[in-house]
Design a protein around this ligand. Structure first.
Ligand code: 48H
Length: 257
């Protein structure tokens, strides 16, 4: 039978809208498809929770693709190796507590496992705001990344979720919107974003885990965003903390859902 262009177009339009419509309400909406967001989404989905992830860029993976300085190898410490095993990412020991993995294999393995576990990912979609009620946050406000990039004034759409995870990395975009626009204080020392500190890999890796928690009713922070919110240092190109943080966020949310 002849392949018809209109069937191709209709198939894409129908399937996409089916997917979008089915995910207007979720248990957890994750913002950012870097390593922490992907790992959080994987564990939530594997536990049967309805998780959806929004990523501004065309590609999923955040800062992980480039390793460090575009040398596409990542370093992972011993405590996070079980997560690499879970995702089937191969690694090699470099020295004590210092393992390396190919960053392309890492990103693609995390992404494939998360999607197969049930995580629904929308790429090219930017979160520009949150939805609020008296008791806290109840969802996200979305726009196409292309609309954002073009600077067009076009009204957005909204999705409802029981919890939100800000996994937007250094930028902490959701937390910053909440600080600016939602009445109330963040659960940080000053009540505001404390801001990321300069590099101290060892301390940063443990603090990333400690700082992975609820920062405002309904809003969790994970990955680099956790340290940037609570004032922890940056860690440089070591990714164990990102993986462990995503897992911790998922575990805390699973316990609450
Ligand atoms: C939709 C958005 C929005 C938005 C941003 O930066 P990431 O890789 O985040 P993490 O925390 O999982 O990993 C951090 C790691 O990559 C890193 O930078 C490290 C370890 N740095 C250490 C150091 O010292 O520098 O991914 C965040 C993702 C990106 O893909 C963004 O495009 C996306 O979030 N994003 N998506 N709506 N408003 N803001």
């Amino acid at each position: 039978m002849e392949i018809d262009e209109i069937s191709i177009s209709r198939a894409i339009i129908d399937r996409y809208h089916e997917k979008l419509s089915a995910n207007l309400e979720s248990d957890v909406a994750i913002v950012g498809g870097g390593p922490s967001g992907l790992v959080a989404g994987y564990y939530l989905s594997r536990a049967g929770k309805k998780a959806v992830l929004f990523e501004r860029k065309l590609s999923i993976g955040g800062g992980m693709w480039g390793g460090a300085m575009m040398f596409n190898e990542i370093v992972v410490q011993e405590s996070a190796l079980p997560i690499l095993d879970e995702f089937g990412v191969r690694y090699r020991k470099y020295e004590q507590n210092c393992y390396t993995a190919d960053s392309v294999e890492a990103v693609s393995s995390l992404t494939a496992a998360a999607v197969k576990a049930g995580l629904v990912i929308f790429n090219c979609m930017s979160v520009e705001d949150v939805m609020m009620r008296e008791h806290g946050l109840v969802g996200l406000v979305l726009t196409w990344s292309a609309v954002e990039m073009a600077g067009l004034h076009i009204d957005p759409l909204a999705v409802r979720s029981r919890f939100i995870v800000d996994a937007t990395g250094h930028a902490i975009e959701v937390v910053r919107v909440v600080q600016q626009k939602v009445p109330g204080k963040l659960a940080t020392e000053s009540g505001k974003v404390e801001g990321e500190k300069s590099m101290w890999s060892d301390r940063a890796e443990s603090l990333t885990l400690e700082n992975t928690r609820e920062v405002f009713p309904g809003l969790y922070v994970a990955g680099m965003a956790a340290n940037a919110t609570f004032g922890g240092p940056r860690m440089g190109p070591i990714f164990g903390g990102m993986l462990l943080s995503g897992k911790k966020a998922a575990e805390e949310l699973i316990a609450r859902l």
